[in-house]
Ligand binder design. Structure first.
Ligand code: B1H
Length: 821
């Protein structure tokens, strides 16, 4: 069914007009990039009507709006996804076909807007898709980074970072909205003035300020004419050059302001799960928060509401602690600008703000040095002092004389501002992102807070949007499902996939299902051939680990196991091994040395293994360069095995695990994050679970670890693999290349815990699980059944379900219907 508003002829004419107006070209002489632009602008034109209608309806219905505050929105390419959600993909494909243009090729012309690192940013993008699809008015608020996540090149096995100039050709879907510009102030000092009633007024002086200029990106709901906005802020200098009338002093001041503004939004910090503590990062945080909150407050008033009604009309969801300065900024706006009393302002703030925690990794906790913080944000710091003073008073009241509690819980401590504590003190809701993660928060990491304020804590298990990760990423499978279910409704009701379960006993259906997987493997094999120049066998098991590179995610365990398998093949050529292709994709944060060493190791192993003819191509290792949303879509669809092997307790949820499952890959994983719930849905017999439990890990950690030498001494196969790290087998003879990795596993030079992530401790159990994978895959029918049941059981992991839970328990917002008019 095509959407009636899209007239094919009109659309074709529109494209031709756009080509003429933008590039003075016709379809025949336009480049693919130019065609992409022209088509995107034609699509945007259609979007505009719905966008206007949505805003109108939202106002008319007096909706409560969700404001999702996030430093990251990893939205990925827009063209294809927008067409899917507008239900016009096929029509546009046809229209372009008639013009002799291939839509797929045009889609490849779009640079991924990579305004995020990994799971946290991609989750924000999935949430926006679900909010629009479900009909909830919502705004994403973030930063329009000039350079997004760096592009990764692999040179001689090493990662190289290339700046991501994603705006190079312009971004056709965004809209510049200069009329919403907000001023944001940094630094200076605070002067206190008293009025005739002796009320204090706080005046910021000698500050530097910049303009925050709004760009809106449309977020299109699926088949419902709803268009929400992703609002991203650009920074511009306030002082404009007046060429006729500046003296040299003005000139330098102007240049200085220009510089203050320019670098704020220059680049996304490429750290996943790691706090860098850079002043510029704090500047970015306050910049987008102040702009977003000021404009939310203005919008509220423009709609005719009193400031005191704010909590009925707006909810701010803080995506981790990165936006938590919002708490203090809202207090500043309400007290200093709107003249509310502290108590009134606090009442509103604590009803408007909710906080999501995404990690328990201690190195990710944001703790700003007070001197830096108070210098950059003097008034905000004063407000935090007052919040802290009152919070500490509460702790004292509740736990009289317990100074240890106060030390553990206060916001300000040891010269630092602890952002998570600020978030928890202020927010009415604190949630984790998978059941296990929330339990760990309640009973370990945030135990004190949970004890004092249990009513704030709740779980919201993550989800992913099936529109992008099934409909767009895997059209073959989507069509098949539509055919089998006799409906496309799973696009908005993923639980319907459950009705595929009976097909697990239908031989025909199973072979069709695996036929689709094979086609998708061919598509990935072609991608690998093109980008890596490696031939991979589509009849081999595609065993995939794609995610950010982090020690806790244990790509190292995977590659050590590959080294082990390779040794086995060489030592026991008589044994049979099912052909395997180990596929990796991962970016390492630019300053994360160990992560980069692991990338180099993976590539070194690939080099040796892929070129060893004696193993007859039974084993291939592929490192896919520049893992990002667009190639992820190809990868998930083609995977047989989904590696989710983090050290138990460390991965808050994971969302890649859900994308794999949706596409019929079988999880090989630890009982960590959302894996626990995945296994619960699909059944333990349809996954391969191994390794220490989170309790065991936490227990070992509390007792200073374990002794990895015992394993080294007892297991000769592991010993051999470890020795190969330092005997030149994989370093082109360089024995020192992987010495640090070796040491970290056995005896770290910095005195930290040996094998902190329990790689050797879990090795044997991982090896067993991998042997089970091998055995299971040999029985093609059994495998097909497992794979199909994974797709059939993924219903819970739609971000639609997650969003409905946020609405029911935290946001309490109402759906709207965008009318036809
Ligand atoms: C997640 C982050 C993160 N948790 C700091 N924390 C960052 C922390 O730039 N920084 O400073 C950036 C990112 N990212 C991920 O969130 C978790 O590791 C995943 O397990 C989870 O699925 C995802 C979404 O909830």
């Amino acid at each position: 069914m095509f959407d009636t508003r899209f007239d094919k002829k009109k659309f074709q004419t529109e494209i031709q007009e756009n080509l003429k107006n933008l590039f003075r070209k016709s379809v025949e002489d336009a480049s693919s990039q130019e065609l992409f632009q022209a088509v995107s602008f034609a699509v945007k034109e259609v979007i505009m009507d719905d966008w206007m209608k949505t805003k109108k309806t939202e106002k008319k219905e007096e909706s409560k709006v969700v404001v999702y505050l996030s430093m990251e929105f990893l939205v990925g390419r827009a063209l294809g996804n927008n067409l899917i959600n507008m239900k016009n993909y096929k029509m546009v494909e046809e229209a372009l076909d008639e013009l002799g243009v291939d839509l797929n090729a045009l889609e490849d012309e779009e640079r991924d807007p990579a305004l995020g690192n990994g799971g946290l940013g991609r989750l924000a993008a999935c949430f926006l898709d679900s909010l629009a699809t479900l009909g909830y008015p919502a705004y994403g608020c973030g930063i329009r980074y000039r350079y997004g996540m760096f592009r990764q090149k692999i040179e001689e096995g090493y990662q190289k970072e290339i700046p991501d100039d994603w705006l190079m050709n312009g971004y056709p879907f965004e809209l510049r909205r200069p009329e919403y510009t907000q001023e944001v102030r940094f630094g200076g000092n605070i002067r206190v003035e008293h009025d005739e009633f002796n009320n204090a007024k706080f005046i910021q002086e000698n500050y530097q300020s910049v303009n925050a200029v709004l760009y809106e990106i449309p977020i299109i709901g699926y088949n419902n004419h709803m268009v929400n906005s992703l609002c991203v802020w650009d920074a511009e200098p306030i002082v404009n050059f007046r060429l006729d009338s500046f003296d040299s002093g003005d000139y330098y001041k102007a240049v200085e302001q220009e510089n203050v503004a320019r670098n704020i939004v220059d680049v996304l910090y490429p750290n996943d799960n790691h706090y860098a503590g850079k002043e510029l990062r704090l500047k970015q945080q306050y910049f987008f928060i102040s702009a977003s909150l000021q404009s939310a407050l203005k919008a509220l008033k423009e709609r005719g509401y009193a400031v005191k009604e704010m909590d009925k009309k707006i909810i701010f969801q803080m995506n981790d602690t990165h936006p938590t300065v919002a708490v203090a900024e809202l207090m500043r706006l309400l007290v200093d600008e709107e003249g509310l009393s502290w108590e009134e302002a606090w009442g509103i703030t604590s009803k408007c703000c909710a906080y999501t925690n995404h990690t328990i990794m201690s190195e990710a906790l944001e703790k700003w040095p007070i001197d830096l913080f108070s210098r950059l944000l003097p008034r905000i710091y004063q407000i935090i002092q007052e919040i802290d003073r009152r919070f500490v008073e509460q702790i004292h009241q509740r736990y009289p004389g317990n100074e240890e509690k106060v030390r553990r819980m206060s916001i300000l401590c040891d010269g630092q501002v602890r952002m998570a504590h600020l978030a928890i003190a202020a927010a009415f809701s604190v949630n984790g992102v998978a059941r296990l993660h929330t339990e760990i928060l309640k009973h370990q990491e945030l135990k004190d807070f949970y004890e004092m304020m249990p009513e704030k804590f709740n779980n919201k298990t993550n989800g992913v949007t099936q529109r992008r990760f099934l409909l767009h990423a895997n059209p073959e499978l989507s069509n098949w499902i539509t055919d089998k279910l006799g409906t496309e409704d799973f696009a908005t009701n993923l639980e319907l996939l459950e009705n595929l379960k009976p097909l697990a006993d239908n031989d025909n259906a199973l072979s069709e299902f695996m036929g689709i997987k094979r086609k998708n493997k061919e598509r990935l094999a072609a991608y690998i051939k093109k980008h890596n120049n490696i031939e991979v066998d589509v009849d081999s098991i595609f065993d995939v680990q794609v995610k950010r590179l982090h020690e806790y995610k244990r790509q190292l365990l995977n590659i050590l196991h590959v080294m082990y398998v390779y040794n086995q093949m060489k030592e026991h050529p008589e044994k049979s091994y099912y052909k395997r292709t180990y596929i990796f994709g991962a970016k390492a944060s630019a300053g994360y040395t160990r992560a980069k060493e692991i990338i180099k190791l993976i590539n070194s192993v690939a080099e040796v293994v892929n070129n060893d003819r004696s193993i007859n191509g039974k084993l291939k290792v592929v490192f896919i360069e520049d893992y990002r949303v667009s190639n992820a879509e190809i990868i998930f669809a083609a995977a047989d095995v989904s590696e989710q092997i983090s050290t138990a307790s460390k991965e808050a949820s994971g969302t890649g695990n859900m994308k794999f499952m949706m596409n019929g890959a079988v999880t090989l994983g630890t009982m960590d994050g959302a894996n626990v719930e995945i296994v619960e849905e699909v059944g333990r017999e349809n996954a391969f679970i191994f390794g220490l439990s989170s309790e065991e890990v936490i227990h070992f950690e509390k007792n200073g670890g374990y002794n990895p030498w015992d394993i080294y001494n007892q297991d000769q196969d592991i010993r051999k693999v470890l020795d190969q790290l330092v005997d030149g087998t994989y370093g082109n003879g360089d024995k020192e290349l992987y010495r640090n990795i070796y040491d970290s596993l056995l005896s770290p030079k910095d005195g930290s815990m040996a094998d902190m992530y329990f790689i050797l401790k879990d090795f044997a159990s991982y090896r067993d699980a991998q042997e089970q994978v091998d055995a299971a895959y040999r029985d093609q029918k059994r495998w097909a059944k497992m794979a199909l049941l994974n797709t059939a059981s993924c219903g819970k992991f739609s971000s639609d379900r997650t969003i409905e839970e946020y609405v029911a328990d935290i946001w309490h917002s109402k759906k709207i219907k965008v009318g036809e008019e």
